[in-house]
Design a protein around this ligand. Structure first.
Ligand SMILES: [Zn+2]
Length: 436
């Protein structure tokens, strides 16, 4: 009897403590500190492969250490490093009918070799883009063709051509380097035809570049093999051409807000110290250049072990449903959203299904890789993606954020995840997409 009473008292004390503690653990000051630091100019826009993202990673590592997270099984630290190969064009020479094309009028796509030379006799020849059709559609078809070809671009496409030129160097895996059957699509601006012959000579330097996710765990007490993931991407778009005296893409909402939420949740669950399942907290790299970080991370574990993934992306301004609301992408693909909603019953916060189905957000963020592998992996967001004037702009800065919105969303996620963290609820799986 005495023991039962005592147990009851403990349970009561614990529930009171956790209800109070959330406001003490996830404070405005703490969240402010995280977002301000991640979106500061010092981080130089956190572009993958730059010193700025290295700084951001070190900051997140420091926070994880202070919180007391453990590294992933088998890892010695929080950084999960992998490599890609980047191409730095050394030279690209094109001669048409004996005349050299100015270098600013040349863009090469799909060339993964250190050296390549071809002319009209040993290639797929030349074509001319149809000036009456869309540039991008024609470009996409060509970029994937695997051909060796010269493509003449009408001068009316000059803007699209320059955008293509401005794109960052591609990054590929080791297996895609120096293919036995080389390809290159060589776009040449302001040339109408090839009367007699052409010649192409390309040289690349290949540089091995590190990328790193930052990940830490809180081991589960009784269901340690079952994993629950909380994530956000910490990369953004770096330094661009200045506009109104600013050239740093700070990415405060995208996705310093989600990364900060992930860190704050780590702090919260570590303090609670009652998770039956193992919790993984991860800041993904390279979301903005193709989701490489999430893909690498997903390949390091068995997706069947992952019970749920809470990916958090852009929670810096209130959602179209108003204050104390957020939406969940792929809401009807599993019962993840319903479980979260059930745990929020009696609070002022509600989750909604993604209202921007046409935007295809479910497949546009880092949840997509694990979702394709069957994991109930969803993104939680509050962004009005159709009208957000700051999205992917220089103006996505700390001062445009509503920190109260971020705070309330983080706390709602913390409460809504509780039955999954404790191993009581298990969301239904999402049908696997194709093969791994
Ligand atoms: Zn993003």
């Amino acid at each position: 009897m005495k023991k039962t009473l005592y147990t009851l008292f403990l349970a009561f004390a614990a529930s009171v403590a956790s209800a109070q503690d959330i406001n003490k653990i996830i404070t405005k000051d703490y969240v402010d500190h995280l977002i301000k630091t991640l979106s500061s100019d010092e981080m130089q826009g956190r572009r993958t492969f730059t010193p700025g993202i290295d700084k951001a990673a070190s900051f997140i590592e420091g926070e994880f250490k202070q919180i007391g997270l453990k590294p992933l099984a088998g890892a010695s630290g929080y950084r999960q490093t992998f490599y890609k190969y980047q191409f730095k064009p050394v030279s690209a020479k094109v001669t048409i009918d004996g005349q050299a094309v100015p270098s600013e009028n040349i863009v090469v796509v799909g060339h993964n070799n250190e050296q390549l030379s071809f002319d009209q006799t040993n290639s797929d020849g030349f074509i001319k883009l149809d000036p009456s059709k869309d540039f991008i559609t024609q470009y996409r078809g060509l970029a994937r063709s695997g051909k060796k070809q010269l493509v003449l671009v009408d001068v009316n496409f000059v803007d699209a051509f320059n955008r293509l030129k401005g794109q960052a160097g591609r990054a590929v895996d080791e297996k895609d380097l120096n293919p036995a059957k080389p390809s290159a699509i060589v776009f040449v601006l302001d040339k109408d035809t090839v009367a007699k012959d052409f010649k192409v000579e390309l040289k690349n330097e290949i540089v091995k570049m590190p990328l790193f996710n930052v990940a830490g765990i809180i081991p589960g007490k009784s269901k340690a093999k079952e994993l629950v993931i909380f994530s956000g991407h910490y990369d953004h778009m770096g330094i661009v051409k200045a506009k109104d005296g600013d050239s740093i893409m700070n990415g405060a909402d995208d996705d310093a807000s989600g990364t900060s939420a992930m860190i704050a949740l780590a702090k919260y669950y570590k303090k609670l110290n009652n998770n039956e399942r193992t919790l993984i907290f991860v800041a993904f790299t390279a979301e903005e250049i193709g989701g490489f970080g999430a893909r690498y991370f997903s390949q390091q574990l068995n997706p069947d072990d992952v019970v749920a993934m809470f990916n958090i992306e852009m929670i810096g301004k209130d959602s179209k449903f108003g204050k104390n609301t957020a939406f969940i992408t792929g809401y009807d693909k599993s019962d993840f959203g319903q479980i979260l909603q059930k745990n929020l019953a009696g609070t002022e916060f509600t989750f909604h299904p993604d209202p921007y189905i046409k935007e295809n957000l479910f497949y546009r963020s880092d949840n997509a890789t694990l979702a394709a592998l069957g994991v109930p992996a969803h993104t939680i967001s509050t962004d009005k993606i159709d009208v957000d004037p700051y999205y992917h702009q220089l103006t996505d800065e700390y001062k445009t954020l509503d920190v109260e919105n971020i705070l309330s969303t983080i706390k709602a996620i913390a409460k809504s995840a509780v039955s999954i963290v404790k191993g009581i609820d298990t969301p239904t799986r999402i049908p696997k997409l194709g093969q791994r």
